[in-house]
Design a protein around this ligand. Structure first.
Ligand SMILES: Nc1ncnc2c1ncn2[C@@H]1O[C@H](COP(=O)(O)OP(=O)(O)OP(=O)(O)O)[C@@H](O)[C@H]1O
Length: 247
């Protein structure tokens, strides 16, 4: 089977008006890849995702999804399932799991698809429960199910840095791996958990406004020099943010 690019980001730059947030970013994701996107806070990961999702259009450069320039063919964006960084949900929020998952359907919602998506994330027993009654980890899986309803070929998961307990985290990681291996979904997954990326991603893209490393996961994690440089530049980014927030 020929390998096609699920994503091709070609020389993309962007700024919100105060200097470059994305600086000449190029990389590609092959169909079937599970790519871990890493970078310190403020590195521009969410901004890059917003470009890839067609939410930001005035970037320099070019983005192709499954071979289509997304500015020319917005239809291809329907092939992407997006799971944003988790928002907190009020306890009393009236919608059920099934209601939330149905909201993901852009075409006519089919009952079958909705149940299938809920089953894939292992929440069938909870489908009539109010989402506010679920744990943080379960809510996270509801949002994955919501993104699965349209049967995406590509998923973008923007993982929150903040603490969910380790066991919940591990369940989430096995779900990500299952979606990639069994459901054959190409995945781009932003995470701060380097160990998890090392264990399940086959590719890594590491950005800090510009591209710092892009390649096979083991080439990054087996290279102590690269890891050292990465943690140094991450530290500098934090110091930079710190300086701007507090002075
Ligand atoms: N709408 C906006 N207007 C102006 N600046 C913005 C806007 N959105 C983000 N930024 C700035 O762009 C930079 C990159 O933010 P972005 O959210 O893309 O980073 P990130 O890598 O996703 O960070 P994190 O890991 O903390 O989520 C930050 O300095 C942020 O303050």
């Amino acid at each position: 089977m020929p390998i096609i690019d699920a994503v091709k980001v070609d020389r993309v730059s962007y700024d919100y008006g105060q200097g470059k947030i994305l600086d000449d970013i190029s990389f590609s994701v092959e169909e079937g890849d599970l790519l871990g996107m890493i970078g310190p806070n403020g590195a521009g990961k969410t901004t890059l995702f917003n470009c890839m999702l067609g939410l930001i259009e005035d970037y320099d450069g070019r983005i192709e999804i499954f071979g289509e320039d997304i500015r020319k063919s917005r239809k291809v964006l329907q092939q992407i399932g997006y799971v944003p960084q988790k928002k907190s949900i009020e306890q009393g929020f009236p919608a059920t799991v099934e209601d939330i998952v149905s909201l993901g359907a852009t075409r006519k919602p089919s009952k079958g698809n909705i149940s299938q998506a809920i089953e894939t994330v292992g929440l069938l027993d909870f489908k009539d429960r109010r989402i506010g009654e679920l744990s943080g980890g379960q809510q996270q899986r509801v949002f994955i199910a919501k993104a699965l309803v349209n049967e995406p070929r590509l998923m973008i998961l923007d993982e929150p840095a903040t603490g969910i307990d380790q066991e919940t985290q591990n369940k989430f990681y096995s779900l990500v791996k299952k979606l990639n291996k069994e459901n054959h979904i190409t995945i781009i997954w932003s995470s701060h958990d380097l160990e998890a990326i090392n264990s399940i991603a086959n590719k890594v893209a590491c950005i800090n406004r510009s591209m710092f490393f892009h390649g096979k996961s083991h080439e990054f994690f087996d290279n102590p020099e690269l890891l050292r440089k990465y943690s140094e530049s991450s530290m500098q980014a934090h110091m930079h943010d710190h300086y701007h927030h507090h002075h």
